[in-house]
Design a protein around this ligand. Structure first.
Ligand code: ADP
Ligand code: MN
Ligand code: MN
Ligand code: MN
Ligand code: MN
Length: 335
């Protein structure tokens, strides 16, 4: 007997990478082998030397096919065994290892928007829906668009064994959010990438597409972010560590270094309007949804917990964002 393994990897498309996958039939009980693909079709190689290597790094149950079938997340390597330049997970492995004793945890809020044809789901053929106000966490057919897809995606994530922790309808019609975590830097990033793959794959069966575009509708409509909640063991025990982490993200050249890696087009989303802080001014504050970094109200009450970096775009590479935060805050908290 055999089972199906869906090998999933992140391609080399710039400025925002895409997910790719293909199926391998394996004998029952067989280990997941290293595999190859045509890198010239994924912006990961030139045609004359196109072979790239897929190395399985995380395996989940496949809720689409069911049974013993698997979803297999891979890292991409060159044939000489070095990580491919698109392989951002390799750099996170090193930083996560370096700061392992700080026990970093992340919860990422992934916002996204359903599209049908060229319009967000729920946008009429001509003109616009009613202005924002009633859609966030709404209920009813006049406010909610795509719920069956969202429910099926949630079911699929749970069946796969992903650390998904919640969902909600967002401020713009057709816009939704799911949260992954709290998990370690590598786990939250792996689970987020696989949850994204499941989102596209689930929506496919409904004839709907999903996009991580940070500003899917121009004008007075909220953009889509990926608020990144972060704590270390020290932060989960002391408010001084919370403040030090928030301060460290604003020091020296850190604000720009982070912003540059917080998703393509981040400056178009972080305008200062629509619950964002301007991209070029770092700030932090308790309960402040207009700050770059928010210290949740409950964290101030408890004098411990986590901080929320509100700057990352929906289209981030979580391997890059978690690496920068672990490095910046970890280095400061080491002292
Ligand atoms: P918001 O009020 O900003 O919409 P959400 O409830 O959507 O917040 O998301 C909060 C996220 O914070 C969740 O993903 C949760 O797992 C995460 N989280 C909670 N506690 C911690 C912690 N100690 N460290 C890191 N992340 C955490
Ligand atoms: Mn072929
Ligand atoms: Mn949220
Ligand atoms: Mn949100
Ligand atoms: Mn948030």
């Amino acid at each position: 007997m055999t089972y199906k393994a869906e090998y999933i990897w992140i391609d080399g498309t710039t400025p925002t990478a895409k997910l790719r996958s293909k199926t391998r039939i394996l004998a029952d009980g067989a280990e997941l082998p290293i595999w190859g693909f045509d890198g010239s079709s994924t912006n990961q190689a030139e045609g004359h030397a196109s072979d790239r290597v897929l190395k399985p790094v995380a395996t989940f149950a496949d809720p689409i096919r069911g049974g013993e079938d698997k979803l297999v997340l891979c890292e991409v390597f060159n044939i000489d065994g070095t990580p491919h330049e698109s392989n951002t997970r390799a750099a996170l492995r090193e930083v996560a290892e370096k700061f392992a004793d700080q026990e970093s945890l992340f919860g990422i809020e992934q916002e996204y928007t359903f599209f049908q044809g060229s319009r967000p789901l729920g946008f009429p053929e001509n003109g616009f829906p009613a202005p924002q106000g009633g859609y966030y966490c709404g209920v009813g057919a006049d406010e909610i668009f795509g719920r069956p897809v969202v429910e099926k995606h949630l079911e699929n994530c749970l069946a796969a064994g992903l650390g998904i922790s919640g969902i909600n309808a967002e401020v713009m019609p057709g816009q939704w959010e799911f949260q992954v975590g709290p998990l370690s830097p590598l786990d939250v990033s792996d689970h987020l990438w696989v949850a994204r793959w499941l989102l596209y794959r689930t929506a496919e069966d409904f004839g709907v597409s999903a996009t991580l575009d940070p500003k899917p509708a121009k004008g007075d409509w909220n953009g889509a972010g990926a608020h990144t909640n972060f704590s270390t063991k020290k932060m989960r025990e002391s408010y001084d560590a919370i403040i030090e982490a928030a301060e460290s993200l604003g020091r020296d050249d850190k604000p720009l270094e982070h912003i540059k890696n917080y998703g393509s087009g981040v400056e178009h989303r972080l305008t200062g309007a629509h619950e964002t802080a301007p991209w070029n001014e770092y700030s932090y504050g308790v309960s402040n949804r207009g700050a770059s970094v928010r210290i949740p109200w409950q964290v101030e009450v408890d004098q411990k917990g986590y901080i929320e970096d509100r700057r990352p775009n929906a289209n981030i590479d979580p391997y890059v964002v978690t690496r920068l935060i672990v490095d910046t805050c970890g280095s400061a908290l080491e002292k």
